[in-house]
Design a protein around this ligand. Structure first.
Ligand code: GSH
Length: 219
């Protein structure tokens, strides 16, 4: 398998965590998002949406796209350790928590949106950051309410096993921290993120541990 990746990509971080959990070691190819290499004609042939991640399978067919779809594919083809609960209600909860991060919060902070706000709509850097932080805090607040108010929450988002919801929550928290959003203001979220990051496979996938990453990120 070949994963198109970049240290800063939170969506790719999610896939990296899932692959590490399942003991999969893909070949990697770097696409520098900060230099706009996702927009190159070469990469748009791999992923017409011009986004990371993309995962090329060993069967040589068209690459997989969208981190949730890729994680679900990995879960179906490499079921151990399971990253989804066995029961339908549990799976719906895990997917719901995941989608708050993946579908609602994260898309509002990605380079193409930030660039559109500053370049096309002429927002200042500060206004753009205010936008990103607002939506990250909205998501974190909702996640805090859902996690703290449900007895299905355990050591992790759903019981005591790491699921795709924890992967998405860690991505959400790390992404928010890149914009100086204080995740400790959401105590259940912060507790679960800390517990999940104690897992070696999760910790190894951290953006700042990837090739080309800086020591810290200001936004
Ligand atoms: N919903 C997509 C999001 C993909 C996405 O937005 N990826 C970002 C990096 S995390 C990207 O490639 N952005 C490039 C850009 O916005 O130009 C997924 O979960 O895979």
């Amino acid at each position: 398998m070949k994963l198109y990746t970049f240290w800063r990509s939170i969506a790719t971080f999610r896939v990296r965590m899932a692959m590490n959990m399942k003991g999969l070691k893909p070949e990697v190819e770097f696409v520098d998002l900060l230099k706009g290499h996702q927009l190159s004609s070469d990469y748009s042939k791999v992923n017409p949406q011009k986004l990371l991640p993309s995962l090329v399978l060993d069967d040589g067919g068209p690459p997989l796209f969208q981190s949730m779809a890729i994680m679900e594919y990995l879960e179906e083809t490499h079921p151990q350790p399971p990253l989804l609960p066995k029961d339908a209600r549990g799976r719906a909860r895990v997917r719901g928590l995941s989608q708050i991060c993946v579908s609602d919060a994260h898309p509002l902070s990605v380079p193409r949106i930030r660039n559109y706000l500053t370049k096309n709509l002429k927002l200042s850097e500060e206004q753009m950051l205010e936008w990103v932080r607002h939506w990250q805090k909205e998501a974190l607040g909702t996640l805090e309410t859902l996690l703290s108010g449900d007895k299905s929450t355990g050591r992790f988002c759903h019981g005591d096993q790491i699921t795709i919801a924890d992967i998405c929550l860690v991505g959400q928290a790390v992404g928010s921290s890149f914009f100086q959003v204080d995740v400790s203001a959401y105590p259940t979220v912060a507790r679960i993120v800390e517990a999940t990051q104690k897992n070696e496979a999760i910790a190894r996938a951290h953006p700042l541990k990837q090739e080309g990453a800086p020591a810290a990120v200001s936004h």
